[in-house]
Design a protein around this ligand. Sequence first.
Ligand code: DOR
Ligand code: ZN
Length: 344
Amino acid sequence: MKTLTFRRPDDWHVHFRDGAVLRQVVPATARDFGRAIVMPNLVPPVTTAAMAAAYRERIVAAVPSGARFTPLMTCYLTDGTDADDLVSGHARGIFTAAKLYPAHATTNSQHGVSSIDKIHPVLGAMEKAGVPLLTHGELVRKDVDIFDRERLFIDRVLEPTLKRFPGLKVVMEHITTKDGVEVVRAHRGRLGATITPQHLLYNRNALFEGGLRPHMYCLPVLKREEHRLVLRAAATSGEASFFLGTDTAPHLRHLKEAACGCAGVFSALTAVQAYLRVFAEENALDRFESFASLNGPAFYGLPPNEETVTYVEKPSVAPEAVEVPDEGPIVCLLGGETVEWSRA
Ligand code: DOR
Ligand code: ZN
């Protein structure tokens, strides 16, 4: 039986929500991961240091006793973001980064940035203070095809921003295309990228396999096979620019299996097994630790976790769902399927 021991990984992109859902999903992430970058797209969004500090407390209260887990908080950028509050929140260790949601790009992004020039003064302050910018990299317009959103964001928003603010560190969250991989390589060192398990495992056919598959729907949507193959090569390359970020995005089952289903894949419980499947298939298990546990902390200027985690190549059946009391189930990525790796 193959055994794999690696430094405890971090998840550089998670959604915890709030309330009853938060209490069920924080333990799922804290089980495998030492730290996580927490997305701020709550209702209302986390737009100030005071809100982030209060949210962090609610997360910490949901960490099971005995688990060592540190949430890293982000500021939701709006057209009206207060640069002083953001920079001082970062200096006080409340904010690790700030997140750009282009307005109306995804779940709870209606308060997002309407046009990048609206936040140029904030980006200038972030550049000066060393606050990383995390981007939802999609240009969303009626006349832009959904499968071209990432490429057009790169051309029209990302590249001009990198040029205008040469000292700004940027993460393209959840890259899904070869264009994403290429731009990250072109700006090595200051531009990093997270990659989700679903974009490594599936192409867009999975959305329509035998019928409409709402649990395969996330944003950015799954792409063509040629993009998936480039993403797999990047994730398993060991290159420092690419790191683990699940984008675990819990939605109650009835909100996904609906006439207008929510975007998001809940992967916290099975993400490590999903990534291990990919790395095993690519004969790259020796590079898993770089992707999962080393590249992310290096990009953020943090030390890697000291503890280790061991997985064994022993098949097990992944849990179908996490049950939220009084609200219902949240369906898991790979739920009910046999996975090759189990936590030792
Ligand atoms: O699929 C997604 N779900 N993509 C996002 O960008 C947001 C997330 C969510 O919050 O549900
Ligand atoms: Zn996300």
